[in-house]
Write a new protein. Sequence first.
Length: 451
Amino acid sequence: MGGRPPSSRVMALLVALLPLVALAGVTAKHPDKGSQERSFVIDYDNNQFLKDGRPFRYVSGSIHYFRVLPSEWRDRLRKMRMAGFNALQTYVEWASHEPEYGMYDFSGMRNLTHFLTIAQEEDLVVILRLGPYMDAERDMGGFPYWLLNKNPDMRLRSSDPTYLKYVDIWFRDVLLPIVKPLLYENGGPIIMLQVENEYGSYPDCDFAYTSHLRDLVVAGVGKGPVLFTTDGDGKNYLKCGKIPEVYATVDFGSGTNAIKAFEIMRLFEPRGPLVNSEYYPGWLDHWGVPHNTVKAEVVAKTLDVMLALNASVNMYMFHGGTSFGFTAGSNLGNRFQACPTSYDYDAPLSEAGDPTEKYWVLRNVTGKYLPLPPGEVPPASPKFGYGKVSLAPTGSVFQMADLLQKVTNKWPLTFEELLVPNGIVVYQTVLPFRIVSSSLPVVYECVYNTG
Ligand SMILES: *[C@@H]1O[C@H](CO)[C@@H](O)[C@H](O)[C@H]1NC(C)=O
Ligand SMILES: *[C@@H]1O[C@H](CO)[C@@H](O)[C@H](O)[C@H]1NC(C)=O
Ligand SMILES: *[C@@H]1O[C@H](CO)[C@@H](O)[C@H](O)[C@H]1NC(C)=O
C-alpha cells in the first residue's frame, strides 16, 4: 500500500462502500453501526492507522484457533478483551485445512470463520497471517506434508512453479474466498493481512515469490485491506522480507531497545505507524530444556515504552495453548530442537487458559493507553483431579509393527513418499552376512500406522 497516491486511496474507499450498501441490514448488528463507512487505512502523514477515518492503534494478542478447543474460544478471547486488548492476531494453518491434497477441512477446531466471528462478537478486530508458510513451531511450519509427495525436490517458499501451483490453488480457490467476506470493509473483523512470515529469516531471497504472493492476495480480495510483512528487527532481515507496496513491520521481545528496533523499521517505512507484530511475553520451549519464563515486570516495561511511542503492538502469544497430537514442530539451532506439546509460552493466559500474575500486570499497562471494558475478568476454570492412570505394556514396537501396513522397497522411503503425514514408521532390513559393495541396494520394509 506504500506509495499509493491519495486519489487512488479515495477510489479504494468508494469501491469498498459498494458492498456495504448490500450489507446494510447485516452490518446493523455490529458495534460500529453509527459510522457511515467501514474503512481501515494507513495514514502516512500522521504515522498512524485510521479506522473509519479516526486515529486507531491496536494492542493485539496472538491466539491460534488450532491450539485451543473450540469450546474454549470465546472464554479465551473474552479474557483477552478484558485486558484492554482490542485485536486478535492468528495464523492460518494450511496443513490443518488441507490435510490431504484437495481434501479441505473447515469444521470444528478448523472452523476459521467461526473463530473470527466469535472474535468480532467479543469486540476484537482481526489481524490475519495468511501464510502460506507460518512457522509457529508447528510441524513443517504449517505446510501440508503432501507437498513433498508431489515433488520431493520442491523448493518451498520460492517461485519454484511446482510449489506455486499448489499455493495458487489454496489461496485463490479456497482461502481467500473465505477471507473476503470477513474483511472489515465487508462487515467482518479483519483489518490487516500478513503475507508470508519472517521471510527475511529464510535463506532464499526470492522477490519474485513474495511479489507473486502479494499479487495473488490482491487478486483474491482486492486492494482494500492493509497488507503487511513481519521480520526481525535487523536490516538484513528486512532487506529480504520487505515486499514493495506491502507495509513492513518488525518483531522483538522485552528488554530490546524499542527505539532502536523501530529505527530499523523506519529505514524501510519512513512514515506510517510503528508496529511490533510479535512482542514476546515469554518464549517457546524445547525438549530437554527447562520451561522458558520471562518476568512480568520486564515485559510490562518494554510494552509501556512501545505504547508511549504510539506504536501498535501484537503480543505473541497472549494464550499459547497446546500443539495437540503430532502437530508440534521443531527448530534447528546448534542441534535439532524438538518442541513439546505444550505451547504455554509463559503467556498472560496459561496453557489452561487461566489469567496469570502477568495478565494483571500487563492489563495495568494496557489500561494506561486503551479503555478497559467494564465488568469482571472471567475467573480461572475449575480443575478436576483424574486420579492415577496406570499404563500396562502391550508389546514391543516390532510386535506392534506386525499389525500395521507394510511396504517393501529397495531403499528406505520417506514419510511423504509413503503418504504418512506424521507419527511413526519402523524401518527394517536384513543385512547380508558379508557386504560386498556399499552401493548394493538392500531391501527395506517400512511399517507404519496410517491412523
Ligand atoms: C463454521 O461455523 C459456522 C458458524 O460460525 C457454521 O455456520 C458453519 O457451518 C461451520 N462450518 C463447518 C464446515 O462446520
Ligand atoms: C502520540 O500521539 C499523540 C496524539 O496524536 C501525539 O500528541 C503525540 O505526540 C504522539 N507521541 C509520539 C511519541 O509520537
Ligand atoms: C494494577 O494497578 C492497580 C491500581 O494502580 C494496583 O492497585 C494493582 O496493584 C496493580 N496490579 C498489578 C498486578 O500490578
